[in-house]
Design a protein around this ligand. Structure first.
Ligand SMILES: NC(=O)c1ccc[n+]([C@@H]2O[C@H](COP(=O)([O-])OP(=O)(O)OC[C@H]3O[C@@H](n4cnc5c(N)ncnc54)[C@H](OP(=O)(O)O)[C@@H]3O)[C@@H](O)[C@H]2O)c1
Length: 245
């Protein structure tokens, strides 16, 4: 059975990825700081608590997951720093150093003879500069984009593909009420996004599930934008449209 490991699979996008993996029949291991109550767990998934910034706890969770479900085929990094300490140290640790430790620990230990891959969940702030997130978030995501490319080359001959997914702001269970209740903001998104609607967590989860499947068997080192085409629109065009000029 295909074993897929999702870091940060208890909330938001990660939870939807876990649901898709479980629905297609994967053995799914979820590693996050906390284990949700049974009612919030995806049936069939196995949950282990570890802060990815804690190297020993993460290694123990990985070892237990591999002992229970076998060598992994797919690993998804969906975690994001949500701590209360220094955001610089936290973001660099949780996005970059910890992800590198996990990939290094799994080198040579991915499932043999089947399609294998890693997906780093990035952000438009990995390529662009935007308000509302600190420099550390921008650098963490930019670093993840390049990690995806680095591992695409260095792990390619081990049969492990590596890619990034860049979601644009999406509706998730935790934020739906806010966005759907704010007609002005919702209308703004509908106006600026070429597909005329806001993204959902499912939009990005579907792309992650594709990248974590044999159907993407020759896709390596890419960063797939899931933004409805917004990143293609020239900012001047957007500004004129919004100002009616
Ligand atoms: N939300 C958006 O609109 C948006 C847009 C673009 C990109 N993204 C990216 O998409 C990814 C998912 O976003 P989201 O909004 O769905 O995130 P979220 O709801 O905040 O969920 C984050 C997940 O990471 C886990 N986590 C946080 N810190 C961790 C740590 N130190 N060690 C292990 N697990 C940890 C959380 O579980 P615990 O709390 O139990 O640890 C949770 O499962 C993130 O990488 C984010 O940067 C999000």
């Amino acid at each position: 059975m295909t074993h897929s490991i999702v870091f940060g699979g208890t909330k938001g996008l990660g939870r939807v990825v876990v649901r898709l993996f479980a629905q297609r029949g994967d053995a799914v291991s979820v590693i996050s700081r906390s284990v949700p109550g049974v009612a919030d767990q995806v049936p069939g998934a196995s949950y282990r608590a570890a802060d990815i910034a804690d190297a020993a706890a993460t290694q123990a969770a990985l070892d237990a997951a591999v002992a229970a479900a076998g060598a992994p085929s797919y690993v998804v990094f969906c975690q994001r720093y949500r701590g209360k300490d220094d955001p610089w140290a936290g973001e660099i640790e949780v996005s970059l150093s910890a992800s590198r430790r996990v990939v290094d620990a799994l080198q040579g230990k991915f499932a043999k003879g089947s399609d294998c891959g890693i997906v780093f969940v990035s952000s438009v702030f990995g390529d662009r500069i935007g308000e509302g997130q600190p420099l550390s978030y921008h650098l963490g995501k930019a670093g993840m984009n390049h990690m995806a490319r680095y591992y695409a080359v260095s792990l390619g001959r081990e049969g492990v593909r590596s890619n990034a997914v860049t979601p644009f702001t999406f509706l998730k269970d935790e934020s739906k009420e806010f966005y759907l209740g704010n007609k002005t903001l919702l209308g703004l998104y509908e106006e600026i996004i070429p597909l005329g609607r806001m993204a959902t967590a499912e939009d990005s989860a579907n792309v992650i599930a594709f990248l974590c499947s044999p159907a993407a068997g020759f896709v390596n080192g890419q960063n797939i934008y899931v933004d409805g085409g917004l990143s293609l629109v020239w900012p001047e065009t957007l500004a004129r449209k919004l100002k009616g000029q």
